[in-house]
Ligand binder design. Structure first.
Ligand code: FAD
Length: 346
């Protein structure tokens, strides 16, 4: 039985960021990744996706992403960067390896995978959120006879040309998918609150700077007088173009579904052929269930370290694992701290 110092579950940007900080240490570790090639969950996002962070804020520790063709990188440019990043530092990654469950035996982690068992002294879980799409519950949702899909499964608008499509969700995914679908279908956008668009002259860099200031308790107004947050919609080219076509209008949520569509607040009915849920994700922690640490889909952490299992670290899942840790720009800081703690523990 080979016993690794550390195993990292997940070879997306979070897993690679942890590996980057291992470079200067003599640690016997391995990254186990379910995908067949580099790119994390970016491999499975829709074809036309544009990152909301410009190149300088879409870089991982140590090596700046090459300048993208336009202001905001395409997903293919970012996947290519991740692939080059992995090759550049020669990280040990075993692909096509899905970790099904993790248990602990005699102070050693035992990982059961589709490729056999793996053992380690310490463990990093960096499995992202993409495998846990979140869809809010609405009355009579099960009655709706049209197509329902989450943004996770949306690839392009080919299958819904000419249809009546309801797009739900007020973040960057909702805005970008609306921009694309509205070119070929009749769309209605639904958001909980009026959508929060960043002014055109404020690019993603400001977003990260302002969000950081807010996080540090020093909120600042931008030059345009608005408060920027990481949940604002960045005006990438496709969203600006949709605004010019006057399709960026959102209604507040409906009250229920019926067989052909939805029921609005004023009790009027509106038929739809398809609903696209752009309503986000939850942490993918299923493999950790046997450790009995999960409460409300989270594990209690001190920074990234599990409080009740101090040889387990959780990286990249969102604010509960470090400020902006679910962004490309933010994950590095939490990865650095994680590695420091692992080295001390080993
Ligand atoms: P992932 O990329 O999901 O990687 C996790 C890896 O773990 C995957 O390779 C997966 O196959 C593997 N895995 C999962 N479960 C297992 C298992 N049980 N066993 C083995 N392997 C497993 N952030 C930005 O900073 N800028 C942006 O512009 C931006 N745009 C975004 C757009 C969308 C549509 C979304 C959803 C997110 C965006 N984000 C953006 C946020 C964030 O950067 C991404 O979600 C990013 O993919 C998170 O990286 P990760 O490594 O944590 O997870």
């Amino acid at each position: 039985m080979k016993l690794y110092d550390t195993l990292i579950i997940g070879g997306g940007q979070a897993g690679l960021s942890v590996a980057y900080f291992f470079r200067r240490h003599n640690i016997d570790y391995l990254i186990l990744d379910a995908n067949e090639k580099p790119g994390g969950s970016w491999l499975h996002t829709w074809d036309s996706l544009k990152l909301f962070s410009p190149t300088t804020y879409s870089s991982l520790s140590g090596w700046q992403m090459p300048q993208s063709e336009k202001d905001y990188p395409t997903k293919d440019e970012f996947i290519s960067y991740l692939e080059q990043y992995e090759t550049r530092y020669d990280f040990p990654v075993q692909r096509n390896t899905n970790v099904i469950s993790v248990s602990k035996e005699h102070d050693v982690f035992k990982l059961t995978t589709n490729q056999g068992e793996f053992y380690s002294k310490t463990l990093v879980s960096a499995t992202g959120t993409a495998q846990q799409p979140y869809i809010p519950k609405y009355p009579n949702q099960h009655l709706f006879k049209g197509l329902q899909l989450h943004s996770l499964n949306y690839q392009n608008a080919n299958a819904i040309v000419g249809k009546r499509v309801l797009i739900i969700g007020g973040g960057n995914s909702g805005a970008q998918i609306l921009a694309e679908v509205s070119k070929v279908a009749h769309t209605q956008w639904v958001t909980l609150e009026p959508p929060n668009f960043l002014p055109d002259d404020i690019d993603g860099r400001y977003l990260f700077n302002e969000a950081t200031q807010t996080y540090l308790g020093k909120p600042q107004e931008t030059s345009s007088g608005i408060k920027a947050s990481l949940s604002n919609i960045v005006m990438v080219e496709s969203v600006k173009e949709a605004r010019a076509r006057a399709v960026l209008h959102a209604k507040r949520p409906f009250t229920a579904f019926y067989e052909q569509g939805v029921l609005w607040n004023d009790n009027t009915k509106e038929p739809f052929d398809a609903v696209i849920w752009c309503t986000g994700f939850k942490a993918n922690l299923k493999h950790l269930e046997p450790l009995n640490l999960i409460e409300n889909n989270r594990i209690e952490t001190q920074h990234t370290r599990a409080v009740k299992e101090p040889k387990l670290w959780l990286v990249g899942y969102g604010s509960w694992t470090g400020f902006a840790s679910a962004t490309i720009y933010g994950v590095g800081k939490t990865a650095r701290q994680t590695v420091k703690e692992i080295i001390e523990t080993l």
